[in-house]
Design a protein around this ligand. Structure first.
Ligand code: AMP
Length: 228
């Protein structure tokens, strides 16, 4: 029985999964569960988990599966995920995908897997131009969404570039994506869960496309309102 909705957003780093997941959570009333964000929070606060993840994170490598899987399991048990979740950045390999199947099996499993497609050169440009505010985490892009000055427009905080957004690490992240994560396209396609979304275009255009695909899959049938 599917009493919860689990969405998995697939796509290369920089394809826009996080941005779309953030918008989607308001529309669907489901929380965004971003493993990258959970790691960044733990790195910033230098928790045990953060210290463990640091070296992998900085190189653009995957944090070991047992750590990541346990972390997601705990997150999905939290109260705000009682109706399901939008997973962004997890799973990233077949072991994680199988673990997610087990975690969600009692609730009908994963419902739909939107795959955001974008060319590598666009992805690279998007990632290397990304800047974040150290205080409020607002995201900018030096070309596509620049701040008005040198500081954060919202809070005046310092802007910085994520270590793993630097050009030398981005190549490795793309390599890791093709080697480890892209097999998930076939995995979810075979289960009939994959829907493709064109990642070129404005944030709003992509969101509308995504909502259209979800509506076609009856994601709103669980009583949630999907407004396109
Ligand atoms: P992201 O913000 O999704 O691009 O993730 C940033 C970094 O966090 C990745 O390059 C990995 O080092 C780590 N990470 C995020 N999600 C996972 C995952 N599912 N498995 C292992 N490592 C992850």
């Amino acid at each position: 029985m599917s009493d919860r909705n689990y969405l998995v957003l697939l796509g290369a780093p920089g394809a826009g999964k996080g941005t779309q997941a953030q918008l989607l959570q308001e529309k669907l009333g489901l929380p965004q569960v971003s493993t990258g964000e959970i790691f960044r929070y733990n790195l910033k606060n230098q928790t045990e988990l953060g210290k463990l993840a640091q070296s992998y994170y900085d190189k653009g490598e995957l944090v070991p599966d047992e750590v990541t899987i346990r972390m997601v399991e705990a997150r999905l048990e939290q109260e705000d995920a009682a109706q399901g979740a939008i997973l962004d950045g997890f799973p990233r390999n077949l072991v994680q995908a199988q673990a997610l199947d087990e975690m969600t099996a009692g609730h009908g499993g994963v419902d739909v897997v939107p795959m955001i497609q974008l060319d590598d050169d666009v992805v690279t440009m998007r990632i290397t131009g990304r800047r974040l505010c150290r205080s409020c985490d607002r995201v900018y892009h030096i070309m596509f969404n620049p701040p008005r000055g040198e500081k954060c427009d919202s809070c005046g905080g310092e802007l910085y570039q994520r270590n793993d957004d630097k050009p030398e690490t981005v190549q490795n992240r793309l390599y890791v994506y093709y080697k480890q994560t892209s097999p998930l396209i076939g995995y979810y396609f075979a289960k009939g869960l994959l829907v493709e979304v064109d990642g070129a275009g404005s944030i709003q255009e992509i969101q509308e496309q995504l909502l259209g695909r979800l509506a076609a899959r009856n994601i709103e049938a669980a009583g949630r309102s999907v407004r396109v």
